[in-house]
Ligand binder design. Sequence first.
Ligand code: ATP
Ligand code: MG
Ligand code: MG
Ligand code: MG
Length: 484
Amino acid sequence: PQPSASAVRTAFLHFFRDRYGHQLVPSASVRPRSDPGLLFVNAGMNQFKPIFLGTVDPRSELARFRRVANSQKCVRTGGKHNDLEDVGRDLSHHTFFEMLGNWAFGGEYFKEEACSMAWELLTQVYGIPQDRLWVTYFDGNPSEGLAPDYESRDIWLSLGVPSTRVLPFGSMENFWEMGETGPCGPCTEIHYDLSAGVGPPQLVELWNLVFMQYNREADRSLQPLPQRHVDTGMGLERLVAVLQNKHSTYDTDLFSPLLTAIHQGCRAPPYQGHVGVADKGRIDMAYRVVADHVRTLSICMADGVYPGMTGASLILRQILRRAIRFSSEVLQAPPGFLSSLVPIVVEILGDAYPELQKNRSQIVSLITEEEGAFLSCLERGRRIIERTLSQLGPSELFPAEVAWSLSGNLGLPLDLVGLMLEEKGIQLDSAGLQQLSQEEAQRRSQAQQAKPAEKLELCLDVHALGHLRKQGVPPTDDSSKYNY
Ligand code: ATP
Ligand code: MG
Ligand code: MG
Ligand code: MG
């Protein structure tokens, strides 16, 4: 029998507590407490940052931590780790996910113990066949004076991983950084091969073991930390997919009740699990976006982040609007549908995160309210887009001024305008849009009256723009890019 997600989560925590004496600590809120550079908590290590930096108040509870483990609520939309644009397009990235982690502070243990504990848990406790696992280690980076991490490589070899499945990578893959600044260090990662030996390996990253040794300073330099630490993170959704024999996190018990409810509540065809061009009409992508986003919305609101006009709230509003757009336009959801999914999220995650249960009715009513307001704006936006398209020549770009006004005057975020056009195979005049946004930025800085909210909205939209350009419109077959 396959283990449930909650059994998998509990087994992780109990392994580190009972077998290796780790103290279990609760997940921190997704709203960072004292880190102005961070919009959302993006990794389990965030709450331990003062320990790494050596700035911890000796009277605080943090000062007593030596070995700890937890399951941390993480949101990766905005900042250095931003997965928003991948969500829905692949089968392994979420805007909200749970990160299982164990830590050893101040040299309590280091590489050897960290690797062997991880290997023991995966292969003996969870019973993952060894020959499905691959590992990576840091190859060094001469330009920063960083040596290759042969120590980790040799540890894996001594644990019995054949050298053909121990691969070196550079800084991009195997030097983990929390953000533009902050604790960082070389890492070694465990990946799982979905291919079952048929055809080339299809690897999905499962677990990252980071050896915290440096701090990235504002001037980009690396300064050694006062002590060395182990910091690991494994995505629960991906682990559960592996243990439930699924190729997709969406096919696990963390998501399937949501997909079922979406099918029952909308007039959409059933979920098929396709990605890229095989996903006709983007129906499956819409299922995934809606299921993903309603989890993120519920988790964030339960932690006191509400859709709004600045910072994290602005991003949450963008997520809410995306969810409403996909559910109402692509899945034909009736008005009020999105909030009806909240009780299902609470059902799935409420035992692990009781704050969901406590705030359930407030989350439902807030989403209902927002949805009502946005649906009419969406309807108007759609009509403006249709009208503009009817006046457009065969190879003409969608005019930047119209997109700009849809976003500025109507509150239809540019990333959504881009998505709506992408579906129709129409290209947006992104150069023109860039120009408009630069002019606007200039006007504002000249006037010296930029309100922070507007400034951020501008940044966000410019970011979405960059992505649109990167991606190219209309969509190509991008399924090969995604290995999970
Ligand atoms: P990927 O390369 O797949 O984007 P990552 O290298 O950015 O992952 P890490 O920062 O190393 O991820 O985070 C540790 C673990 O958290 C990953 O190994 C993965 O299992 C999980 N994880 C990371 N990002 C996501 C996400 N957006 N959704 C679900 N799980 C994630
Ligand atoms: Mg990533
Ligand atoms: Mg990675
Ligand atoms: Mg990683």
